[in-house]
Design a protein around this ligand. Structure first.
Ligand code: 5GP
Ligand code: ZN
Length: 138
């Protein structure tokens, strides 16, 4: 994709602080980190979202994700981490090219995710579970 910023980073046409590379993915430092060490694990192929990855190939793309996170935690001295993966604009995705945010965390840091609980109505959860299971068997 000629106008995709992450394709350009993968090709080396735009500079990045590269941490890792294998056949299918790279990891770089995010240019606007929300914590010290906030990084991106990016598929080399231009898949707009996770659902565009051909069935069965996601595991290969993230084969080295665990290894990169582990190195990131050791290097930053962090105890924990969040992995966030946005898909489509309504979910906060600004760059439509498959990537995972790797966000190192430490006790007492100021990061707060604004999760507001929306409880199910009576029997709503059961109906929802049935609908999802139906979709899974299609
Ligand atoms: P999204 O909202 O799509 O999940 O996240 C895109 C991320 O890419 C953002 O955290 C943003 O800071 C990062 N980003 C955007 N452009 C660049 C760039 O040119 N270089 C790097 N290293 N990160 C970028
Ligand atoms: Zn791309």
């Amino acid at each position: 994709m000629s106008d995709c910023i992450f394709c350009k980073i993968v090709e080396g046409a735009i500079p990045s602080t590269k941490l890792f590379e294998d056949d299918l993915a790279i990891a770089i430092l995010d240019i606007n980190p929300i914590t010290f060490g906030h990084s991106l694990y990016i598929a080399k192929e231009h898949y707009p979202t996770l659902l565009n990855v051909p069935e069965g190939e996601l595991g290969d793309i993230i084969k080295n994700l665990q290894k990169v996170v582990s190195a990131l935690l050791k290097a930053t001295g962090c105890e924990g981490f969040n992995i966030i993966q946005n898909n489509t604009r309504c979910a906060g995705q600004l760059v439509p090219h498959l990537h995972f945010h790797l966000i190192p965390r430490r006790s007492g840091d100021p990061i707060r995710f604004n999760w507001q609980i929306q409880p199910y109505q009576k029997e709503e959860s059961q109906k929802l579970a049935e609908d999802i299971k139906k979709q899974l068997t299609k």
